[in-house]
Design a protein around this ligand. Structure first.
Ligand code: NAD
Length: 420
């Protein structure tokens, strides 16, 4: 019998959907094996912290783990807490920099959620911080922990499609919630493109095994979410028929939502912190679609076809890789890879659905918790800050290209960190 793993105390800065209800809840589910136990929370909203404490203590107790979670309004105090070994930063993107740097400086293990930051200044500061404090952080790009994407990478490594030459990610997803929450302004999120497609660029970089050289993109904002100065401010004060109604304002599910997360979300009053702003509320400056072309230093070409107003559908996100001898198409929601090898002589569908397919992000978050444990135990991070730095620099180049009407932006002209 193997000895139980030593308890690792986790402190979470940013006790919202991702930090508490996704990653930390998966930690509780895996606590008997991985022994990552939440000991502290910090959030700007005190009620949010109380709700998070209650939710997590119950989740851990159900797996036989007692924890009395301490609450901090100051992230420095959470980081200094001797019971905290691993600091998780899952605030809104504009607030990653302060806690990430302080956590790196403390010498403790650090997990930072993606994207690395909302702008280039913060992105560069976090990278410089890693070098300055000689500490490495781990990032949460979900697809890198997801079985189907890992399998596709392994197949590519095994040479089943020959040399890789072309890649495409198609993401046509019903993600209008980006107009409802803090994603709606670039200064808070770096744009919806930064929030969602930093994932996409990160995996393209991972498959290309090269650096992006230049980007040309067309996109912007359709009139689907055209601002309406006469509309209501938020869903909960609106009784119009609307396909974009936020979950917590839909009577039939509001009670479940409140029962799980408490009322702190409903009681937020500022535009930045409400999650049910009307999608037509003026002020949003984010793009809602893009067609972007990338050229890599090693000759690989890639494209991203992305919209956040797509309908719910079974194949909202796909990855296609074309090599010299074959090609594969990964469909994210079904975790299947359609593979053609030997110049098309062999065709097969590989099903990567495991027992955890129905858990969050098709099993990625459970796997990520295991990989966080390995990281705490001394292994390299699966995804590093440098990966996050590269993908957010590419997003900013994409914004620049879109805003200039599609001009080519060279990555060497995008501000970079001195230490890289
Ligand atoms: N890896 C993934 O698949 C994935 C999925 C969802 C979100 N995320 C990322 O996780 C992060 C959080 O997103 P979310 O969906 O949980 O948002 P959220 O709005 O649900 O939660 C963010 C929390 O941060 C708190 N906060 C904001 N500023 C703060 C500050 N200065 N100090 C302390 N707390 C502060 C807010 O009050 C809120 O509770 C973002 O970086 C987001 O992109 C990653």
């Amino acid at each position: 019998m193997t000895a139980a793993k030593k308890t690792v105390g986790v402190g979470i800065i940013g006790a919202g959907s991702r930090g508490v209800y996704c990653v930390a809840t998966r930690m509780a589910e895996l606590a008997p094996d991985e022994n990552l136990v939440v000991k502290a929370l910090c959030d700007r909203n005190p009620d949010r912290m109380k709700e998070g404490k209650e939710h997590l203590e119950k989740e851990f107790a159900e797996r036989g783990v007692d924890t009395d979670i301490r609450l901090f309004s100051d992230y420095q105090e959470l980081i200094a807490d001797p019971e905290v070994d691993l600091v998780m930063v899952s605030t809104t993107c504009d607030a990653h920099r302060g806690p990430a740097l302080a956590a790196l400086a403390s010498g403790k293990k650090v997990y930072l959620d993606k994207p690395i930051a909302a702008d280039l200044d913060d992105t560069i500061a976090i990278i410089e911080g890693q070098y300055k404090y000689k500490n490495t952080l781990m990032m949460g790009f979900s697809r890198r922990y997801e079985p189907a994407w890992r399998k596709a990478h392994e197949l590519l490594d095994d040479g089943v499609i020959g040399d890789l030459w072309m890649m495409q990610i198609r993401a046509v997803i019903p993600y209008w919630r980006y107009f409802q929450g803090w994603w709606r302004r670039r200064k808070w999120s770096g744009g919806a493109l930064n929030d969602k497609s930093s994932h996409h660029y990160d995996v393209l970089n991972w498959f290309a095994r090269s650096r992006c050289e230049k980007i040309s993109a067309f996109g912007g904002r359709t009139d689907i979410f055209k601002p309406d100065p006469d509309g209501p401010e938020r869903c909960q004060e609106c009784d119009r028929e609307c396909p974009y109604r936020h979950k917590m304002s839909q009577k039939e599910i509001a009670q479940d939502y409140i029962a799980l997360r408490g009322k702190s979300w409903l009681e937020e009053t500022e535009e930045k912190h409400r999650h049910d702003n009307c999608v037509y509320l003026p002020g949003a400056d984010i793009h809602d679609h893009v067609v972007s072309q990338l050229a890599y230093e090693n000759g690989i070409k890639a494209s991203l076809f992305w919209a956040i107003f797509g309908p719910k559908s079974k194949n909202g996100e796909t990855l296609e890789l074309v090599g010299s001898k074959g090609r594969m198409i990964l469909t994210r929601s079904s975790s299947q890879i359609d593979l053609a090898t030997d110049y098309g002589e062999r065709q097969e569908v590989i099903d990567c659905k495991g027992d955890e397919h129905k858990t969050s992000h098709y099993g990625a978050d459970r796997q990520m918790v295991r990989d966080i444990r390995r990281f705490v135990d001394g292994h390299d991070p699966v995804v590093s800050a440098l990966d996050g730095y590269e993908s957010t620099r590419m997003i900013m180049a994409t914004h620049k290209s879109i805003d200039s009407g599609g001009e080519t932006v060279w990555m060497k002209d995008v501000p970079s960190a001195r230490s890289v």
